[in-house]
Design a binder for this molecule. Structure first.
Ligand code: AMP
Ligand code: GLY
Length: 424
């Protein structure tokens, strides 16, 4: 029997736990810390994802065989290195690999070295604030300024106005708005195009292409309002043609993996390529060292076959046995139900009502939920995501919304236009 520890507590990890539960491999699943739904598939254990010592202790005392890491922070902090040192298999890259997400300056320099298309840029530290401002003046609006390190999705400032952009530089480099994450900034050229995301699993030698996805980051319809962790997603991406796929593979995925090898980084985990299509050229906007949320909520339901076996093969360097990963031609959509006020201040603790009977091929995915005295309660900004699968994207989206109309909690909000640009 395989004992598995899955780290995280969002919709991404619920979807992973759901998919792992379908594995024919005999296993026992623990989720740390999990949410109000993940205990359907295993045992929630109250350990924080950043409690590296606590995780190590649990893994040793429970004799865990495989740790699957959902979020980036523990990876950037070196959790995989620490666990591998004590002989534990990990699906999630070592610290050096996680730098693709953990430092934007590192990622940009890496892309330059290996000829991977990305926006032109320069990076500066706090002693170079005057040079940074000079560089800003040499660019045209909109200005793109990024804190170097992890900033929970808030470290990118895009501004039309030069004085605002200068203010952003001051707040990151001088006033340390993002703490150590802002000890450097990247200033880069603004790219105008359509964004989408491509995912791979790799064991450092081989890679498996996973389904691509498009997420919807803004809080309001028509992609307006504040940025969020993600309000919904669709997969496949209708414009991801064979020609575009081939470009992504040859110009981005393969050079990235070659670059990691040349740097001597043995990367075992997922890579999330945040891409943008500008006319017919594709550029990398960002790398992430993990799967996306809510992209996972549409990717995993489309993967046919055993996700646990995939994660094991990534961790054990046996991915070649799993390639290619088969994907259903069915379309998937997911729509996130969020707490009123999110992504700004919001209240938690409202009871969530979900009926037993929902349309076929819909999946209620728990994110910010918790169980208290057998009631299900809201416990975060993004509360529940409703995924549906159908032969066509329109039907999948309609099914997601049909199910949503039966779910309620106080203050519940969701976007009514997920996938809109593909339904015209
Ligand atoms: P990141 O955290 O790097 O993914 O940036 C967050 C968001 O900012 C991206 O999803 C894009 O929408 C936007 N963005 C980042 N870099 C650029 C760029 N060079 N040009 C245009 N938009 C960008
Ligand atoms: N949905 C974007 C992310 O996971 O970073």
């Amino acid at each position: 029997m395989k004992k598995i520890l899955l780290l995280g507590s969002g919709g991404r990890e619920y979807t992973m736990a759901w998919k792992i539960s379908q594995s024919p491999i005999t296993h026992q699943l623990f989720i740390a810390p999990g949410n109000g739904g993940t205990d359907t598939f295993g045992r929630n254990v109250p350990i924080d994802i950043n409690d590296i010592e606590g995780i190590k202790h649990f893994v040793e005392s429970e004799q865990i065989d495989l740790v699957i890491v959902g979020p980036e922070e523990p990876l950037v902090n070196g959790l995989a290195d620490l666990l591998e040192e004590i002989g534990i298999a990990v699906c999630g890259p070592c610290k050096a690999g996680a730098m693709l997400e953990g430092s934007k300056a590192f990622a940009k320099e890496f892309m330059m070295e290996f000829g991977i298309p990305t926006a032109s840029y320069r990076s500066f530290d706090s002693s170079e604030i005057n040079e940074a401002k000079k560089y800003l003046h040499s660019l045209k609006a909109p200005y793109v300024i990024k804190a170097d390190g992890l900033a929970a999705g808030k470290g990118v400032i895009i501004s039309e106005k030069l004085d605002e952009a200068e203010e952003a530089l001051n707040s990151i480099l001088i006033n340390k708005k993002f703490g150590k994450s802002g000890s450097k900034v990247v200033i880069e050229e603004y790219l105008k195009g359509i964004e989408f995301s491509v995912f791979i699993a790799t064991d450092g030698m081989h890679y498996a292409l996973l389904p691509e996805a498009k997420d919807y980051k803004r809080i309001n319809e028509g992609d307006t309002g504040l940025n969020t962790g993600g309000m919904g997603a669709v997969s496949p991406v209708p414009f991801f043609s064979d020609e575009l796929k081939s470009k992504v593979i040859h110009q981005i995925i393969e050079p990235t993996l070659d670059g990691l090898k040349k740097r001597g980084i043995s990367y075992r985990g997922f890579i999330f390529f945040g891409l943008i299509l500008v006319d017919d050229q594709v550029y990398v906007i960002e790398y992430n060292c993990r799967l996306g949320d809510p992209e996972t909520e549409v990717i995993l339901p489309r993967i046919e076959g055993d996700f646990l076996a995939l994660c094991l093969s990534v961790a054990e360097g046996k991915l070649s046995e799993m390639i290619p990963v088969n994907v259903t031609p069915q379309a998937a959509s997911t729509v996130m139900l969020v707490s009123g006020g999110y992504p700004e201040a919001y209240k938690k603790g409202f009871e969530i009502h979900i009926p037993e009977a929902l349309p076929e091929h819909t999946l209620v995915i728990h994110a910010g939920t918790i169980k208290k005295e057998s009631k299900l309660i809201t416990n975060g900004g993004r509360v529940i995501s409703v995924t549906a699968l159908a032969p066509r994207l329109r039907e999948a989206i309609d099914k997601s919304y049909d199910a949503i109309r039966k779910i309620c909690f106080e203050g519940m909000y969701y976007r009514r236009d997920i996938g809109y640009e593909f339904l015209k």
